[in-house]
Design a protein around this ligand. Structure first.
Ligand SMILES: *Cc1c(COP(=O)(O)O)cnc(C)c1O
Length: 226
């Protein structure tokens, strides 16, 4: 078995334990394999081990891999910052975007989404803890942005993404996860139909599952250190 296949099994086992401890169904949490900085061959190995959904941060790098791996019919998620001059590439090549934090970006993605493709699946990135160098809309602006994105024609709003700062203090991480979950529930209570809370990475996936994450984005534990 390849190292990547073994790592994937380990991550699945971690998810299984976390779900058990949280009293959740394993099927309620999706695993997104974050392949940024790793080459197309690494993605092929993960696919051979059964992984179908992959996340990329750097848009041109992601598009190169998407094109090199077209034969596999994978699901591709853009999880990195999107500059205006990159929206066309995202709209043309990715299935999902987790990092929408401005209406302008969403409008461009909707306009540029080829109508031959399914709607682009969108999460709004929320900067829950106010990290200074971080993208994301502030929590009190999330509802307005979500409502505006929800009505754009070639997008389908699915939820929110949160990336807590890497705290040493586990209680702090848990508190930020809990806030993100509460915001997600609040948006749903306002009539938005959301099914995705994108939260949890290699270091905090258990805590994220406990807090109600429906999609964890895991890079290092699958592909190794970058
Ligand atoms: C790199 C990255 C990940 C994966 O992080 P790991 O700690 O390697 O699991 C997840 N989400 C985003 C937005 C990232 O940029």
């Amino acid at each position: 078995m390849s190292v990547i296949a073994e790592n994937l099994q380990r991550v699945q086992a971690r998810l299984q334990v976390a779900c058990q401890e949280a009293g959740r169904d394993l099927a309620s949490v999706r695993l997104l394999a974050v392949s940024k900085t790793f080459d197309a061959d690494a993605v092929r190995q993960a696919h051979a081990a059964g992984q179908m959904a992959f996340g990329e941060n750097y848009i041109q790098e992601g598009v190169d891999k998407i094109q090199a791996l077209q034969d596999l019919h994978l699901e591709w998620h853009c999880i990195g910052p999107i500059q205006s001059n990159k929206t066309r590439l995202v709209a043309a090549h990715f299935d999902w975007v987790h990092s929408v934090d401005r209406l302008k970006t969403a409008e461009r993605l909707s306009t540029q989404r080829p109508t031959t493709l399914a709607p682009l699946q969108v999460c709004i990135q929320v900067n829950m803890d106010g990290g200074e160098n971080k993208s994301g809309v502030l929590p009190d602006q999330a509802l307005a942005l979500a409502q505006a994105v929800a009505v754009l024609p070639n997008l389908q709003l699915r939820g929110i993404m949160s990336i807590p700062e890497p705290y040493d203090d586990a209680a702090r991480t848990r508190a930020v996860h809990a806030q993100a979950h509460a915001l997600w529930l609040h948006l749903k209570s306002q009539g938005l139909s959301l099914d995705t809370l994108s939260m949890g990475m290699t270091a905090d996936l258990e805590a994220a599952v406990h807090a109600g994450s429906t999609l964890v984005r895991v890079g290092t534990a699958i592909f190794g250190r970058r």
